[in-house]
Design a protein around this ligand. Sequence first.
Ligand code: NAP
Length: 457
Amino acid sequence: MTYKSVNPYTNEIFQEYDFATPDAIEQPLQKTTQLAAEMLTQSYQAREEILTKISHLFSQERQPMAEIMTREMGKLLTESLGEVDLCIQILDYFALHGHEFMDDVTLKSNFGKSYYTKQALGPILMCEPWNFPLYQVIRVFAPNFVVGNPMILKHASNVPGSAEMAADIIRRSGAPEGSLINLFLNYEQVDEVIADYRIKAVALTGSARGGRSVAAAAGQNLKKSKMELGGNDAFIILDDVDKKELADVIPGARLYNAGQVCTSSKRFIVTEQNYDYLLELLEQGFKSVKMGDPLNPETTLAPLSSKRAKDKLQKQVDEALVAGAKLVYGNQPVDLDGQFFMPTILTDISKDNPIYDEELFGPVAQVYLVHSEEEAIALANDSTYGLGSVVFSSNPEHADEVARKIEAGMTFINSTWVSLPELPFGGINASGYGRELSALGQLAFINEHLITNHSVH
Ligand code: NAP
């Protein structure tokens, strides 16, 4: 397997890249180490100015950047354009606020004058997924660049063009050489890079499978790590829901990015009171999608990212049906050459059904009927994952009360998932550990260096 750009709408292979040679890996390790030392003496302000330049380049190149993402992994062009805009928001946010998070922290102690200062760790490796080819890179890059951690990027093997584009724009912004170096690494090389003494930490966004492997390599080498993994997010509809608000977010909550979002709502949990209404809303929404060329603004449902992704989802749905799930809508072949999957609704999923505790990465809604709010919360929490969750209720106090009982990294009330630079993003359990974005994300890879002076009080 090499790095390949395959358009999932046409199935055309349009770019191919070989794996990095040993030399091509050694040089970046040297370069990032040298830069890490130089960055220690630079001001945060200088780096914030560079982030602003990168943001301007993203604005200028918005269209070609969006097009490469759409061609490589199939998402709708409108969604790709929105992704570039989100990158701009993140770059601007850390350009403005990054330095604020780096202030020393004073500590109260009878021992003496004490504080900790926040030091960069040094070169880090980031392994990123294909579902948001630019956003995933920028949400790690922007805060770590402010901190002063140079980065090596190992992107998903189906989005090499997006990886090259991100690295190229960062280079053209005037960022010091080595700020972000893209390498086409295979898994063995990823392990070698993690083991190298010059790499100080590793961030991975991806599946629980990928996370386990990379976290194990990090653990083996005692490197700090941060894992942003998959989810099986619950969408709880409380009896006091505002039906109009609910109608506004369905089917988008499941179909955005063709359902390939870690925080897509995957399990809809509802009592008898709104069960039929929800099924109706989902079915109407799913029926009205227009599949086709993702570059065409009239298309509303894109193909999945690859044949492999489609085959995996089909296998999961087939197994779910064999295990007794009921098909309410969908799961028919789509008469188009691309990797399309018909939006599908499943109900009657028992606890022993294989999909009960699996992530379905595509346009498949699982609907669960419960008989009380307590049952809804217990079901939401009955998962090995714990990434996001959604609660719909017209009563803010009630919604808060329920949200606080959910075991997940994030709960969105009366809205589908969002990702904003000022809000921490991440999960618990098999959804990973650590946070990205916000001050929490920026401080993931720092050395909290304690300095205490016994002679000064
Ligand atoms: P993936 O297969 O785990 O891959 C993620 C990245 O890790 C890719 O660059 C991949 O490279 C690399 N990788 C995977 N296994 C590896 C190993 N054993 N050694 C070294 N590198 C390895 O995930 P994906 O299919 O690209 O992405 C979809 C998943 O990401 C979903 O589960 C989704 O929920 C999750 N996700 C989570 C978040 C979050 O913030 N929590 C955000 C977006 C997506 P290759 O491409 O070469 O395999």
